[in-house]
Design a protein around this ligand. Structure first.
Ligand SMILES: CC(C)(COP(=O)(O)OP(=O)(O)OC[C@H]1O[C@@H](n2cnc3c(N)ncnc32)[C@H](O)[C@@H]1OP(=O)(O)O)[C@@H](O)C(=O)NCCC(=O)NCCS
Length: 180
């Protein structure tokens, strides 16, 4: 399979609307309507100083979308979506490997990259782990779902120095002083 990551251009708003409204995205908040998506494109939410968006093209087909956010910060974040029909083929893992390389290459001052997901998003958590990201945080009842339920959220991150050396530095979990 040939996989490419062309940058999204604002004149591709129609394709973006088709991608985002073409199926359900249960791990993302609410349903996005076409008009709101077009407005967000016009507002620069997908491509400006702080955001860049890339398609995941699999054999020429738009199979997924990567959105890089907070690019002016020390710790950029990302969102990733792979169409249901193309999941489980390694695209998510390939996309995270690619965006990690892209961010560390393109932004030399970036020391770490972070991603959040819902606790029960087992596929995304598997992708994080396979891509060298480490769980750093667990937010209890922090992720309200559209159906009214509330889920825990988890945060993963990768350090530039780990990425460079192929190591995995775990957080210092046992750093609490002993209780009196
Ligand atoms: C999460 C997502 C990006 C993963 O993309 P993908 O192309 O399916 O990922 P890959 O094929 O590279 O790998 C998926 C891994 O998850 C594992 N996985 C999938 N479903 C799983 C489940 N229910 N339980 C445990 N592991 C699961 C697969 O086994 C695979 O790991 P393996 O290769 O070690 O077997 C994709 O499912 C998606 O877009 N989901 C909807 C949007 C979303 O949740 N985005 C994340 C928002 S933060």
């Amino acid at each position: 399979m040939q996989i490419e990551f062309p940058r999204f251009s604002p004149d591709e708003a129609d394709a973006l609307v088709g991608f985002l409204t073409g199926e359900e995205w249960p791990y993302h908040a609410g349903v996005q309507e076409a008009r709101a998506i077009r407005q967000r494109v016009a507002d620069g939410v997908y491509d400006d100083e702080e955001n860049r968006t890339f398609w995941v093209l699999a054999d020429g087909e738009r199979a997924g979308l990567i959105r890089l956010q907070d690019l002016a910060d020390d710790t950029p974040m990302f969102d990733l979506r792979i169409r249901a029909a193309r999941r489980g083929q390694g695209l998510g893992t390939t996309a995270v490997t690619w965006l990690t390389h892209y961010l560390f290459d393109e932004f030399p001052e970036v020391r770490r990259i972070e991603g959040h997901t819902r606790q029960d998003n087992r596929a995304m958590r598997a992708v994080f782990r396979k891509s060298g990201y480490v769980k750093e945080a667990h937010y209890r009842e922090a992720w309200p779902a559209p159906d009214g339920t509330v889920h825990d959220a988890v945060a993963y991150a990768i350090l530039r120095r780990d990425w460079q050396s192929g190591t995995v530095t775990l957080p210092e979990w046992d750093d609490e002083p002993a209780l009196p």
